[in-house]
Design a protein around this ligand. Structure first.
Ligand SMILES: *Cc1c(COP(=O)(O)O)cnc(C)c1O
Length: 341
């Protein structure tokens, strides 16, 4: 068995997604998204978000972010995001590539969150024709360091966005975990908070693969199907992305999976707070725990077979839980760590 707190994409397919995948496989279906499963999943998203949004399905998060950002701006525009944003640090320049050159402007803020001041600073820094015009604001919810924007924080961001006529993009690679953490409706965290486009990940929530892109501002979705096709993101057997999505939505597993992952992260965080020599780097608000431990201890944990990421600098461990993390795994991890400290 793989021992890990590496990422939620290390986990397999959850039963609800698998069951609908099998159902979809029980009969042939129309190709390229003109099937019943895709229509039903899109309707279900509109129900869940309480609005008549446009819904598209693509294979992965990098494509979802890049293609949706490209549809929100022109090549001479810029996208404001946090310096730790996945679109900046982990997409190999895909947003710039897909948009034919739109520039990312990097903002700052504690805990991976953009502040209104930082956004305003970037947007007002230049207004001449020699600099790409700011057009989009991208927020990651929850952030790359496992914190969650509150509704008040989103409202403050929206106020700046409105003032400078910026569209709002939300990278929801772990969107369900943010909803579970805040205990509010999906609509409240998105379009009611001014979000124009949401990339909602199914992969990290328990599917084999697949992301939904929701355009709350339908105008931005014009010809988006062509953009997906050109980018190689139109699944010919789309029903095998949309059917498992329907499974997550109809069963409620999208939220219970996220709640379970969040609970495991809280449990892990609490256990680690009692271990001397372990220091939390960020607050645990979703399904990731960030702690600092001595470098030799991290190496020894790896020698014991544990996998985790350490991209946040020397001594920093990122521990991510998912829909199938168990309390026993948390206990084993904490016991191993304790034995080394
Ligand atoms: C995982 C992740 C993505 C998507 O990554 P892919 O590997 O392209 O599916 C996007 N944003 C964030 C914050 C992520 O954690």
């Amino acid at each position: 068995m793989l021992k890990h707190f590496a990422s939620d994409n290390y986990s397999g397919i959850c039963p609800q997604a698998m069951e609908y995948m099998m159902q979809a496989n029980g009969m042939d279906g129309i190709a390229y998204g003109d099937d019943e499963w895709t229509a039903r999943a899109a309707d279900r998203f509109r129900e869940l978000f309480e609005t008549d949004c446009e819904v598209f399905f693509v294979f992965n998060g990098t494509a979802a972010n890049s293609l949706s950002l490209a549809s929100m701006c022109q090549s001479y525009h810029s996208v404001v995001c946090h310096e730790l944003a996945h679109i900046e640090t982990d997409e190999c320049g895909a947003p710039e590539f897909a948009s034919n050159g739109a520039k990312l402007l990097l903002g700052t803020g504690e805990g991976g969150k953009l502040t209104p001041e930082s956004i305003e600073h970037l947007v007002t820094k230049r207004s001449d024709i020699h600099y790409p015009k700011p057009k989009v604001l991208s927020v990651t919810q929850p952030t790359e360091v496992g914190t969650v924007y509150t509704l008040d924080e989103l409202a403050a961001i929206r106020e700046v966005a409105d003032r400078y006529d910026l569209k709002i993009h939300m990278d929801g690679a772990r969107f369900a975990n943010a909803v579970a953490s805040l205990g509010v409706s999906p609509a409240d965290v998105t379009w009611r908070s001014g979000v124009d486009v949401l990339c909602f990940s199914g992969t990290k929530n328990g599917m084999a693969m697949g992301e939904a892109i929701l355009f709350f501002d339908r105008k931005l979705a014009e010809d988006f199907d062509y953009r997906c096709k050109q980018a190689g993101q139109l699944a010919s057997k789309m029903r095998f992305i949309s059917a498992p999505w329907l499974g997550l939505l109809e069963s409620g597993a999208w939220l219970s999976n996220a709640q379970h992952a969040n609970d495991c992260a809280q449990y892990l965080s609490q256990q680690l707070q009692q271990v001397e020599g372990v220091k939390h780097i960020f607050e645990t608000q979703a399904n990731a725990v960030f702690v600092e431990v001595p470098e030799p201890v991290m190496i020894a944990m790896r020698d014991k077979g544990w996998r985790f990421y350490t991209f946040i600098g020397a001594g920093g461990m990122r521990l991510v839980s998912s829909w199938n993390t168990s309390k026993a795994e948390v206990d084993e991890f904490v016991a191993d760590l304790k034995s080394l400290l």
